[in-house]
Design a protein around this ligand. Sequence first.
Ligand code: ZN
Ligand code: FE
Length: 256
Amino acid sequence: MSVLIEIHQFPCLNDNYGYLVHEPGSGATIAIDTPDAEVYLAEAEKMGWQISEIWNTHWHPDHAGGNLKIKEATGCRIIGPAGEADKIPGIDKRLKGGDRVELGDATATVIDVPGHTLGHIAFHFPDQDVAFVGDAVFALGCGRVFEGTMEMMWESLKRIKKLPKKTRLYCAHEYTASNAKFAVTIEPENKALREYVAWIEKRRAEGKPTVPALLERELETNPFLRADLPEMQLAMGHAGNAAATFGEIRGRKDRF
Ligand code: ZN
Ligand code: FE
């Protein structure tokens, strides 16, 4: 039997999203990353949930900065990427790709998605069609490649691309509107993208989030996930080379 998890999403800092994930059977609650300890603790209290674990995707302060405060307040356990454990405050358990982690009766699989940082991981709940992807991939975007190489980041995005199409991607930032402005410069003729952009503009005008993003829609519109398409490779001047095509798109976005 697959257990339904509850996800509570709320804005944090300037443009981060906070996520609390609750498994009602056991009462377990995880904080996905910790941009802001006060906000997380207040939201947990509002929900009547007790944070039992923190799951970190990567070490950046807008993801792990609230770890110690939340641990102090709740006594929670902290799990995070083995590849950058030395930079994760208060880490208790180290994870790498392929590991399984439990939230009560629900299970998540860890996916290695290095590039933005070298140890970046994502958490996939296959039974729920939910993935927490941190700064690896955004709606119509992807994280800046700070620590890894373009090849490495492309390999990471390929792992995301292979998830079931109905997977909802819970990314860590509301960057969608500005990502959309860039995406249309790469694929001005993409009809699905145009429809998506119209939806995004409407959502933002209403003050509503555009996250989570449906993987199926991202595959049709997110330029960074489309570097393996021959027409995209040709347009970017790297026929037959997906990683170089990805690198070209990422470079253009960095200069945009
Ligand atoms: Zn980051
Ligand atoms: Fe971030």
